[in-house]
Write a protein that binds this ligand. Structure first.
Ligand code: 5CA
Ligand code: ZN
Length: 407
């Protein structure tokens, strides 16, 4: 599918530091060790409603990963999917009397313009699941050849017993897994399954539902195997970062990792699993199914999108936090202070600020720390401190390249 347009990134003097990130599967902060080209897969939207601030927060986190890697001298190959056929999308289409393809297309287009407005770097390949159904079926065929699958009434399941590394990504107990599996699209209680945690790879055609031909009969892909297929085919196993929000730790990334492992015999599927925290509204996780949403499109119609981005950057990407309207006002204040400071003829040492921001960002994307460093520079510049005539232009470039904030 079409991606969206890439903002130009100014280059900064010298090179940035190696990026350290909290890896869910290692349960600690580790240095990322990409080759000349860093490889990243980020789970995309299920396009049945508009982009909300929770989505934006997640995509912003991986945009920062992208920027910090580039600043450290890497090229970045970044892949994202869109789950453009799945139960919730089909249900919403049915309820609203819209064709499911039209609904997906419309919401994906809105997502593109939201990402563009927030200056999120676009993926090199933006892949709709409906574009790669054959590839998904081929991967399921590989899993079948390994003896890892079985059928229940024509639906194809992955047998958890065939996955020796199952549990390694999340580290969750079986009890926790069962609870989350039931909450997040799984079917632990289905009769005929060999184990409650076995998961669907291929859903046989149901009346009125879209379907594609496959060696297992007409049907459509299960959720996890879509991302495994796209990541494997675009990046190969052992890519640097698999990303998404923390609601994807289990079952999605756990099950995807096992699919990749069993299909290829290689482990790890991704070198690091990185997860952004959940954004809440009125005490509950923002989610399309709950309907407690703040849409990016609404917010950016009323506010400079740069302020929206700054409001998100004020939180550490791993934190769970709650949106309140005062946060956009705080962001406007900060943006105004930064903008007036970079208009000055001189300010405090810009190179020192560059070192600080690079250091904060390389340390598990410490955006609150990076913002505090720019705040301090702007406050001193506005108080007439510092005589570095190159600092204002450099600070403008730092904010743009590393934080994606256009001053
Ligand atoms: N299509 C799948 C991934 S393959 C999916 O989870 N789609 S989604 O539309 O539900 O979510 C898209 C991304 O936003 C995922 O990475 C998800 O983890 C993240 N996300 C969803 N809700 C929130 C939230 N309230 N806060 C932060 N991130 C969220
Ligand atoms: Zn995914």
């Amino acid at each position: 599918m079409r991606s969206w347009s890439a903002p130009k990134i100014p280059s900064l003097p010298g090179a940035g530091l190696p990026l350290r990130l909290y890896d869910t599967s290692a349960r600690e902060i580790r240095e990322t060790t990409p080759g000349p080209t860093a490889l990243m897969y980020v789970c995309g939207i299920t396009p049945y409603d508009a982009t909300h601030l929770g989505h934006a927060n997640t995509y912003l986190a991986f945009d920062l990963v992208n920027r910090v890697w580039r600043d450290a001298g890497h090229q970045v190959r970044f892949i994202q999917n869109a789950t453009d056929v799945d139960d919730p999308l089909l249900e919403r289409a049915e309820q609203t009397g819209v064709d499911w393809r039209e609904l997906a297309e419309r919401e994906i287009e809105l997502f593109r313009s939201d990402m563009d407005a927030l200056r999120i770097l676009p993926p090199d390949e933006y892949v709709g699941v409906t574009e790669v159904v054959d590839q998904v079926a081929a991967l399921i065929g590989r899993l079948k050849d390994k003896g890892a699958t079985y059928e229940v009434d024509g639906d194809v399941y992955f047998s958890v017993g065939a996955a020796p590394k199952f549990g390694a990504v999340s580290g969750f107990s079986e009890e926790e897994m069962l609870e989350l599996f039931a909450e997040r699209g799984g079917d632990p209680g289905r009769e005929g399954k060999r184990h409650p945690l076995d998961w669907l790879l291929w859903r046989a055609e149901r009346p009125g539902e879209p379907s594609w031909p496959s060696p297992f009969g007409p049907g459509r892909p299960g959720w996890h195997v879509e991302c495994t297929t796209i990541a494997l085919n675009c990046l190969g196993s052992g890519f640097d970062v698999s990303g998404g929000g923390s609601d994807l730790i289990f079952p999605h990334h756990e099950m995807g990792a096992s699919e990749g492992h069993v299909a290829t015999g290689e482990w790890p599927f991704a070198k690091a699993y990185v997860h952004a925290g959940m954004v809440a509204l009125d005490g509950e996780k923002m989610s399309k199914s709950r309907g407690n949403l703040v849409f990016v499109s609404k917010l950016r119609a009323a506010h400079d999108p740069v302020a929206v981005r700054l409001a998100l950057l004020a939180h550490h990407y791993r934190a769970d936090w709650e949106w309140t309207p005062d946060q956009i006002e705080t962001a406007h204040g900060r943006l105004a202070r930064w903008r007036s400071a970079v208009e000055l003829p001189a300010g405090p040492d810009g190179q020192a600020l560059l070192r600080q921001v690079r250091e904060r960002m390389a340390d598990d994307l410490d955006t609150p720390g990076a913002l505090a460093a720019v705040d301090a520079w702007a406050a001193r510049a506005s108080a007439g401190e510092g005589d570095d005539p190159e600092a204002p232009a450099l600070v403008r470039a730092i904010a743009d390249a590393l934080l994606g904030v256009a001053l």
